[in-house]
Design a binder for this molecule. Structure first.
Ligand SMILES: [Zn+2]
Length: 181
């Protein structure tokens, strides 16, 4: 978007541009591009750059990014906010017909929420070997006695989804002297 080069409150300029995917091909990469653009918005708001959209019958019905800092709420992850929005929109807490696109592999909390909301499919960009619970560190969705199976697709636009997170934490460490992400 032209002209919205807003910096985060602490001056962490986002070096990433928004993607401009073709509207003609509505594939996984298309919807992940929308999630990535929300991650850019997150950075510009000085939030950890993770974005998510929920798609139902080819239409985006929820879009969000991480808001932990603004809300001072550790549960305000992109996925949690998107799932809540989607359930409100559908008018049902069961989201079997929905697909969640998220730039980073869901953490334990969010992976749990995808199971509890009976999401049809989760598609993520970067797999998180430390906290990812849908194939990275562990696979919550494969618990043997679950009644609902969430399908998982990994590695969609993995490069940009990983790079924006890495760059954010590198910059933040440099600025705040933080040791860990
Ligand atoms: Zn999470």
């Amino acid at each position: 978007m032209a002209g919205d080069e807003t910096n985060g409150p602490r001056g962490l300029t986002c070096p990433f541009e928004k993607l401009r995917p073709s509207q003609l091909t509505r594939d996984d990469a298309f919807f992940m591009s929308l999630a990535f653009n929300l991650a850019v918005d997150a950075w510009r708001a000085d939030e950890v750059p993770v974005g998510a959209v929920v798609v139902r019958a080819g239409e985006v019905i929820a879009a969000s990014h991480n808001e932990v800092e603004r809300a001072q709420d550790p549960t305000a992850h992109a996925e949690m906010l998107a799932i809540t929005q989607a359930a409100r929109k559908v008018g049902d807490w069961r989201l079997n017909e929905c697909e969640l696109y998220v730039t980073k592999e869901p953490c334990p909390m969010c992976a749990g929420a995808t199971i509890m909301s009976r999401l049809g499919r989760v598609i993520y960009g970067w797999g998180d070997p430390k906290m990812g619970c849908m194939g990275g560190a562990t696979s919550l969705h494969e618990l043997p006695r679950l009644n609902h199976r969430v399908a998982v697709t990994t590695g969609v636009l993995e490069g940009p989804c990983r790079d924006i997170l890495r760059a954010y934490f590198e910059l933040k460490r440099g600025k705040d002297g933080l040791g860990t992400a």
